[in-house]
Design a protein around this ligand. Structure first.
Ligand code: NOJ
Length: 554
């Protein structure tokens, strides 16, 4: 296989322009501010920036309610500023992915305005209507507790319209060929402006059949193929990273048997079981999730993440498992959301415990796929539970001890900066962590650098190595005759670990520790024995000390 599949060796960093860096002092982050921070991201080792929606929007769902697909929201700058940004990223060898939100528009979008007010409008059939309230209108809400129904009455059209998400996000009738053509046009537009692909929002809903008469929605998977084809014609190496929280048995439908659909998907199955493992110390369900999501075409790739801008969705765990994660990481009702998840940031969930944070990130960086890091997590930012729903984990980036954490000079930031408690900007900020060689930020930079030197993880095949302790996960990756081995202790106790070279496989007589001098040589009986500290982890390259020379050429 050729190895210029850049997304398999990427380190993705997700951010929202609104809360990253405000340059013009109006309280809202902007493209100019973000562009000035590109060297920071580059220094951290980020290769790909994923921007959450920045197109014109009333901003009622953090930009996931677009009212003009072909423009930058004026709060963030202009199209010119956007192109300057993509250019500046390219100059540093960095790529840009952007959100593609085409399951629905804002109700303020001119298409919806025209569709609702004129029955003869060409946009009428771009949305999903019904004359009377469908019997199943209250089923399938995505935000239980906040959203009441998936159908609402539109007073202007005097008809009911379908909205999978909030009522101000009418669903597009994606089965309509004109809507499909428009989606391709949107993709073509932004690739022309320098992006390397899209994080496609809500994929299962985009490709679903919709309508009052649809009892059992079907997924129109071929739509994904047409999206990919457009990208390959226009810009050969652009990709789609799908947000599809689906069961492993349908993964292949999304990737396509020949890898002709989505290039990447977030691995929600592993994500939820990873949090279960972090909460309980039990690695079994995580291993099951890894095995269940192993099969995929050679050009396909998983996105591995810990937290994102939404709640930590635990909906695929059993009730008992979910409860154990709630008990450990979100015991208070105020920390939970939508009856299925936890809305906190990672650092407060893990009690700010550096050992557990390192363990979690070490896992994220070494599980099979491409790591996707959320802004602020590299410095261990906290949350503000007084903010509604998911906003608690969307506060501005904390740059320094200056007012508002150096995010803005305005006294009215778009979102309040966390300014008190252990996660306040005076304690948690980039400037302070830059100066401290032992900070989380500097640790993160070092492990990212090393992760990039271990292409086996993104490109190779994995084996879960047999050993006796259920709280330890040992994984080996192989690619082009090179192997790496990762060891993680999920428990709060120290563990004496014994690994047999017989189980580790070839070339494992010597395990070269790539993060410290603590290498391991098998004893005469072919065993590696070492003491793993609580939440401890090891990154090894299999083979002799000359491993640098033997390393694969990428
Ligand atoms: C998924 C996004 O991640 C979420 O933030 C948004 O609210 C919904 N899709 C609707 O676009």
């Amino acid at each position: 296989m050729i190895n210029d599949l850049w997304y398999k060796s990427a380190l993705v960093y997700c951010l929202s322009v609104a809360t990253f860096m405000d340059c013009d002092g109006d309280g809202c982050g902007d493209f100019e501010g973000l562009t000035r921070r590109l060297d920071y991201l580059n220094g951290l080792g980020v290769t790909t920036v994923w921007l959450m929606p920045f197109q014109t929007s009333p901003g009622r769902d953090n930009g996931y309610d677009v009212s003009d697909y072909y423009n930058v929201d004026p709060r963030f700058g202009t199209l010119g500023d956007f192109v300057e940004f993509t250019h500046a990223a390219a100059q540093r060898g960095m790529r840009v992915l952007i959100d593609l939100v085409v399951n629905h528009t804002s109700d303020q979008h001119p298409w919806f305005q025209s569709a609702r007010s004129d029955p003869d409008s060409k946009y009428r059939d771009w949305y999903v209507w019904a004359d009377k309230k469908p019997a199943n209108a209250d089923d399938g809400v995505v935000f239980p507790g906040v959203q009441k129904s998936t159908w609402d009455f539109d007073k202007v059209a005097k008809r009911w319209y379908f909205h999978r998400f909030y009522d101000f996000q009418p669903d597009l009738n994606t089965a309509n060929p004109f809507v499909q053509a428009e989606i391709l046009k949107i993709m073509g537009f932004w690739t022309q402006l320098g992006v390397s692909g899209f994080r496609m929002d809500a994929v299962p809903f985009v490709i679903s059949t919709k309508g009052a008469g649809v009892r059992h929605p079907k997924q129109q998977f071929d739509m994904l193929r047409s999206f990919r084809e457009l990208l390959q014609w226009r810009q050969g190496d652009a990709i789609i990273l799908g947000e599809a929280n689906v069961l492993p048995k349908t993964d292949m439908h999304y990737f396509g048997d020949e890898g002709e659909r989505l290039h990447m998907m977030f691995n929600f199955q592993v994500n939820q079981n990873l949090f279960y493992a972090l909460a309980t110390g039990e690695t079994g369900p995580l291993v099951d999730a890894l095995v269940a999501t192993r099969e995929r075409p050679s050009t396909s790739q998983w996105g591995m993440f810990l937290r994102n801008h939404d709640e930590l969705d635990l909906g695929r765990l059993t009730k008992a498992q979910r409860q154990r994660v709630f008990d450990a990481f979100g015991p208070d009702k105020s920390m939970q959301l939508y009856d299925r998840g936890i809305r906190r940031r990672l650092a407060p969930m893990l009690g700010g415990d550096r050992r557990r944070l390192e363990l979690a990130y070490s896992l994220m960086l070494t599980l099979p796929g491409t790591p996707v890091l959320r802004y602020g997590d590299e410095i261990g930012m906290g949350d503000d539970l007084s903010l509604p729903e998911r906003n608690c984990a969307r506060t501005p980036m904390q740059w320094s001890t200056e007012p508002h954490g150096g995010f803005t000079k305005s006294d009215q930031p778009v979102m309040p900066v966390i300014d008190s408690g252990p996660y306040g900007f005076e304690h948690v900020n980039v400037a302070a962590q830059r100066r401290d060689p032992d900070s989380l930020l500097n640790w993160m930079e070092r492990v990212i650098r090393m992760r990039k030197e271990l292409p086996e993880v993104g490109l190779g095949d994995f084996t879960v190595v047999k050993q006796a302790c259920a709280q330890v996960l040992v994984m080996r990756y192989d690619w082009r005759n090179n192997a790496v081995v990762f060891v993680h202790n999920l428990s709060a106790d120290p563990i004496e670990l014994e690994l047999k070279t017989r189980d580790l496989g070839a070339e494992c007589d010597t395990l070269v520790n790539v993060l410290s001098e603590a290498h391991s040589h098998a004893d005469r009986r072919g065993r590696h024995c070492f003491l793993l500290e609580p939440y401890g982890y090891r990154w090894f390259r299999a083979g002799g000390l000359d491993y640098i020379l033997k390393r694969s050429v990428v």
